[in-house]
Design a binder for this molecule. Structure first.
Ligand code: ZN
Length: 301
């Protein structure tokens, strides 16, 4: 998986701070997660091919997470896009986009599909032959979901030396990769584990922004490879999290620790602080493996 952070600050866009948006690439598929103002500029700056984005996931309808969407949809049309585009987001997102298209006497030349979400339970909302995406119900001032991307288990890796030693025809290779045992012409049965290696462990990525510290989600996040968790505040402003429904760096680290994830990425920083290094320091008092999101930063895992 390759994660490109296009923007990771809360509230208003500033000269060097973009609101939330990320691109996740899984086995050649590009998924756009949130689309704050300026996302299309950030896509260009990071040399990401617009046309390859076929699915957009919007966590909630606060401006710093979706005000870039109408601009992006409009640009897709100007660029002559023909491929279908599916947008997943809270109920109301269709109305918000379609109204703007209508009032500007505009349209799309491609199929624009909306999957509107309103459940408070985790839901499987996307599936192809390589990836599944589930919602992660979050607690924020408006209806909000995070998204959990999971690779599917790929086929088994062929042990070329073994299949050649047993003189097995290529015609059986796919069956072997699917996990089948093979019967040789002399009647011997060769168990699959002598002919293959285990496939790589599937990876997973959980995006959680915006939300209060929500311990109910630990079970769903258990053992994910990478958890992105918002950390709007530092511990000194913990008292603000109740009203604003955000989290602190320490709370993000607590989630990572309880869910036993491999890596925690922090983001959605309030711009009230001088620098972001201090978010990492604070989180590391609870959970060791912490990374800081930064606009334009790429994580491969
Ligand atoms: Zn928000």
């Amino acid at each position: 998986m390759k994660l490109t952070v296009l923007g990771c600050y809360s509230a208003t866009p500033r000269t060097f701070n973009n609101p939330t948006s990320q691109v996740l690439e899984i086995k050649g598929n590009l998924f756009l997660i949130d689309c704050g103002e300026g996302t299309q500029v950030q896509l260009r700056r990071n040399r990401i091919k617009f046309a390859r984005i076929k699915n957009i996931f919007i966590s909630h309808l606060h401006g710093d997470h979706f005000y870039g969407l109408i601009g992006l949809v409009s640009t897709f049309r100007l660029l002559g896009r023909e491929a279908d585009l599916t947008i997943y987001g809270p109920k109301g997102i269709k109305e918000a986009i379609v109204l703007q298209l209508k009032l500007s006497d505009s349209w799309t030349n491609f199929n624009l599909r909306f999957i509107e979400l309103e459940s408070n339970e985790p839901q499987l909302i996307y599936e192809d032959d390589k990836v599944t995406v589930e919602t992660i119900p979050l607690t924020h001032r408006v209806y909000t979901n995070g998204f959990l991307f999971r690779e599917k288990l790929s086929e088994r890796n062929l042990n070329i030396k073994a299949v050649e030693d047993f003189d097995i025809s290529r015609a059986y290779y796919q069956k072997i990769k699917n996990g089948d045992d093979i019967t040789l012409e002399d009647g011997r049965v060769i168990p699959n584990d002598q002919l293959t290696f285990d496939p790589p462990t599937p990876k997973s990525y959980a995006f959680c922004s915006d939300t209060t510290y929500k311990v109910d989600n630990v079970e769903q996040l258990m053992e994910v490879t990478v958890l992105y968790h918002e950390s709007t505040f530092l511990d000194e402003h913990q008292h603000l999290t109740d009203k604003t429904k955000h989290s602190t760096a320490k709370e993000a680290a607590k989630m990572a620790s309880k869910a036993n994830v491999k890596t925690l990425i922090l983001g959605h920083y309030s711009t009230r602080y001088n620098g972001i290094e201090v978010f990492k320091e604070e989180a590391q008092t609870i959970f060791k493996n912490v990374e800081l999101a930064e606009d334009g930063k790429v994580f491969e895992f």
